[in-house]
Design a protein around this ligand. Structure first.
Ligand code: NAP
Length: 256
């Protein structure tokens, strides 16, 4: 059930990577807090199921199935927010991928390209169109999904680690450039989160599982909702003086 007085009440928010994991959880968390959402990911059938679920719970959602690597698609998705809900108040640029954790000299160039195109150019494409729209309506809030791999070198492989450091660079740069125009730009840095990404990863690299979870003082994986809640707060007006920040959501993993 959508809450008219929730922390995101009435806000029009675009979410990428909404077909699974953190983005799917965000679609539910944000709409429960009163947001109206535009959902982006490539698997159209799954987006439709989620949109139907949100609508039957009394929320408002529309889908824009497509690829964050495609700048024209992201232009259309941002335009859809204005068409459906009148404006774009916030965005959670969360779509991402991980391909190969081999030592750097053994990673294929194509794996490097896939990770950088999705995680860095994807966020770039999103932010350019979102900021363009927000400038016409007097401001907004953007949250990009980085990772603990954006803060330290984890076992996720060099392309992923480089891509998530770059997301923090894009976040800080945009925060500085648009602060005076009322746009806040922040990142979240989740630790291990239960999702398709981690399920697939541990099927391929089972030896890394226990070591990774044990790294966090809380010694467990997060549920995707726990990362989505941090993004919801950063999108809300309650975070009005927070910009350029990277919020760790990692059970303490980067603390020691
Ligand atoms: P996930 O379950 O695999 O979800 C990834 C989402 O991104 C899916 O909805 C996927 O949907 C979408 N996506 C991937 N490539 C896309 C593209 N080119 N265009 C549009 N959508 C695309 O993984 P997750 O764990 O929720 O990951 C979400 C974000 O959190 C990622 O940026 C990831 O790097 C980051 N993260 C995850 C963890 C973790 O432990 N799980 C930790 C730190 C950070 P489609 O396949 O339908 O397009």
């Amino acid at each position: 059930m959508a809450h008219a007085h929730g922390s995101l009440a009435g806000k029009s928010i675009l979410i990428t990577g909404a077909t699974s994991g953190i983005g799917e959880a965000a679609a539910r968390v944000f709409t429960r807090r009163g947001a109206r959402v535009v959902l982006v990911a490539r698997r159209e059938d799954r987006l439709k199921t989620l949109v139907d679920e949100i609508r039957s719970a009394g929320g408002q959602a529309v889908q824009a199935a497509g690829d964050v690597r495609d700048s024209e698609h992201m232009a259309r998705a941002v335009a859809l927010a204005a068409e459906a809900f009148g404006r774009l108040d916030a965005a959670f640029n969360n779509a991402g991928t991980v391909v190969d954790r081999s030592p750097l000299h053994l990673v294929d160039d194509s794996a490097f390209d896939t990770v950088m195109d999705t995680n860095v150019r994807g966020v770039w494409n999103c932010m350019r169109h979102e900021i363009g729209a927000m400038l016409t309506t007097g401001g907004g809030a953007i949250v990009n999904t980085s990772s603990v791999a954006g803060l330290v070198a984890t076992s996720a492989g060099a392309p992923y680690i480089a891509s998530k450091h770059a997301v923090i660079g894009l976040t800080k740069s945009a925060a500085v450039e648009y602060a005076a125009q009322g746009i806040r730009v922040n990142a979240i840095a989740p630790g291990l989160v239960r999702s398709e990404m981690t399920t697939d990863w541990y099927a391929r690299y089972p030896q890394t599982k226990e070591r990774s979870a044990a790294r966090a003082p809380q010694a467990r994986m997060a549920e995707p909702e726990e990362a989505a809640e941090a993004a919801a707060w950063l999108c809300s007006d309650e975070a009005s003086f927070v910009t350029g920040a990277t919020l760790s959501v990692d059970g303490g993993a980067t603390t020691w």
